[in-house]
Design a protein around this ligand. Structure first.
Ligand SMILES: *[C@@H]1O[C@H](CO)[C@@H](O)[C@H](O)[C@H]1NC(C)=O
Length: 214
């Protein structure tokens, strides 16, 4: 019993640490985007003597994305557009979603996502790991949060384009789009596996695969 209590205490102390990007060892590590990648956790730092305020500024969230292709445009802040964000453990993104546009079910393995609506009406929802589906409508002024790792979607249910700002508690939240991950991976998952997983026949798997360009 005592050891269980100890384990619970240790987990309680460790979990918040495990669940966010690692703490940096300096105030900032402005990305040196010209440096060759070393595969380290983040991008190498610019010499602090070369750092200036513009490295911490970007105007990209103010620029409307082009939704004419898929009905969606995502404009994320990255260490390329804002070098000062490197290693600080967060990022933001602008979404433009045309009427009827859908950001299909996906998850972010490394971050929770909070969205704030500037324009338009959306239906949003996520499914937790117990299979519980939580959904609602959001309109300008509303914020909504998708817990880390949960499958979620956003759909424009209004007549005007949606403008939405998202924020993540990771510099690099990662995105797993369910449809593309399963039906358009490289190399492909075998038809038999997908047919068994979805309880459908192989012909149906190939039909879905084709519609995702897989
Ligand atoms: C938007 O993208 C489409 C292709 O999807 C392109 O034809 C069009 O020129 C783009 N519009 C602007 C303003 O860049």
């Amino acid at each position: 019993m005592a050891s269980l209590t100890l384990l619970a205490c240790v987990l309680f102390i460790l979990l918040p640490v495990i669940r966010s990007d690692p703490d940096a060892l300096q105030d900032y590590c402005v990305a040196d985007n010209a440096a060759s990648s070393t595969g380290m956790n983040g991008i190498p730092c610019l010499n602090p003597a070369e750092v200036h305020a513009e490295h911490f500024k970007t105007s990209i969230l103010g620029i409307a994305g082009n939704t004419s292709g898929t009905g969606l445009a995502a404009t994320p802040i990255t260490p390329q557009s804002m070098p000062g964000i490197n290693t600080l453990g967060l990022t933001m993104i602008r979404f433009d979603i045309a009427p009827k546009g859908l950001i299909p079910p996906h998850s972010h393995p490394r971050a929770s996502e909070m969205v704030f609506v500037l324009r338009g009406h959306l239906s949003v929802g996520f499914v937790d790991t117990n299979g519980k589906f939580l959904s609602t409508k959001i309109t300008p002024g509303d914020a909504f949060i998708f817990p880390r790792g949960t499958l979620h979607y956003l759909k424009n249910i209004g007549k005007v384009p949606v403008v939405l700002i998202g924020s993540f508690n990771s510099q690099n939240p990662g995105t797993n789009l369910v449809s593309l991950a399963l039906f358009a991976s490289t190399p492909p998952i075998s038809d038999n596996i997908l047919a068994q997983a979805f309880q459908i026949d192989v012909g149906q798997v190939e039909k879905i695969r084709k519609s995702f360009g897989g």
